[in-house]
Design a protein around this ligand. Structure first.
Ligand code: BT5
Length: 325
């Protein structure tokens, strides 16, 4: 383990003295001091007390700040501004890396699915996790569902009532009322609610084995809704104040790691958080529209729709929630 990471881990359980850490790691005191200085330069304000070095009470949103609170075994690659965290993660994959979370404050060329643009100004949680799961490519949709679950849980922990629209949109859940569509834009109404977050999964692999997988998650966190496209909202807009992005991204990554280790938990968790199930939907697929009532999601992530002509399983497509007939 690097001195930097060991220092961050040691700081989690209270003050740690330089000599103690140098002894534990078998490195020089100068090396420990250098690591402390490097963390400070990164924006992670390590304090010095009589008992040793202490962690900042409110760590900054930076690589060290995120790694400091993270239980999951991921390194963090942080950028103030980058074209796309997914593109950066893909490049790291090509270099042979794994278990890295690329995080940015702002993205200038981020992507949605099917090469659509994703608006990602400063203030969002823009993160792409690179892993090399030992699964067949056909099982990869499960990772997208897991990402939607983890994102929903992070939004809920921040105090926002989020739910999932198949397959990967995290929306603000409607709170009922006579005409639930009355206060929403047309775009949001067609989508089934205002969009808080989206997921873009990309991978490379052979027929039977994924080589690398990048799951990119964009959460509109501390962003004004005016800066977002029609039909989108943000945690700030809903809460009337800002969330601790550091905490949110840590929750997100830890939850993803948890679900990655327990794939059987993903579908039940997804079903529990779904807004789509029980709704009338129209899914635009490559071979035409499927209209009916969404009744289930089945492995590895297909939506089961009850149509006039029986049940149809849809594996990919854009899903609109329709008004009840
Ligand atoms: C998605 O695509 O929802 C996946 C978005 C993934 C973004 C993350 S951010 C970190 C990582 N790095 C990347 O470069 N990408 C990932 P899709 O379902 O195709 O939705 C895209 C559509 O949502 C656009 O065509 C817009 O209509 C709308 N949109 C764009 N930006 C948005 C935003 N910030 N919030 C809500 N909706 C948005």
């Amino acid at each position: 383990m690097s001195t930097r990471r060991a220092l961050l881990d040691a700081l989690r359980s209270g003050p740690v003295s330089g000599p103690e850490l140098a002894d534990d790691l078998g490195v020089s005191r100068a090396a420990v001091w250098k690591a402390v200085e490097a963390l400070r330069e990164e924006g992670f304000e390590v304090g010095s007390t009589d008992d040793g070095y202490v962690a900042p009470t409110d760590p900054a949103y930076c690589a060290a700040g995120i790694e400091f609170g993270l239980d999951a075994p991921y390194g963090v690659d942080y950028h103030d501004s980058i074209p796309s965290t997914n593109d950066r993660a893909r490049r790291l994959a090509e270099e042979g890396q794994s278990d890295v979370a690329v995080v940015a404050d702002e993205q200038t060329g981020s992507r949605g699915r099917l090469d659509r643009d994703w608006v990602a100004p400063s203030g969002g949680v823009w993160v792409s996790l690179l892993t090399r799961p030992k699964i067949a490519p056909a099982r990869a949709p499960l990772v997208t569902l897991a990402a939607a679950v983890a994102t929903t849980d992070a939004c809920r922990a921040a105090g926002v009532d989020a739910g999932i629209k198949w397959p990967n949109d995290v929306l603000l859940r409607r709170t009922g009322g006579a005409d639930p569509d009355a206060h929403e834009s047309k775009a949001a109404a067609e989508r089934g609610g205002e969009k808080l977050a989206g997921v873009l999964t990309e991978m490379e692999g052979e027929a039977d084995r994924v080589s690398w997988l990048v799951v990119g998650i964009g959460v509109n966190a501390n962003i004004d809704s005016e800066a977002l496209p029609a039909g989108a909202t943000s945690l700030r807009a809903v809460l009337g104040g800002d969330v601790d992005r550091r905490r949110s991204v840590i929750r997100l990554l830890d939850r993803l790691a948890e679900l990655g280790a327990d794939p059987d938990a993903v579908l039940p968790a997804w079903r529990e958080r779904a807004i789509t199930l029980g709704r009338r939907v129209r899914v635009e697929t490559a071979t035409g529209d499927v209209v009916g009532t969404a009744v289930d999601v089945e492995p590895p992530g297909a939506l089961v729709i009850e149509t006039g002509d029986g049940r149809v399983s849809v594996h990919a497509g854009d899903c609109d929630h329709l008004r009840e007939a």
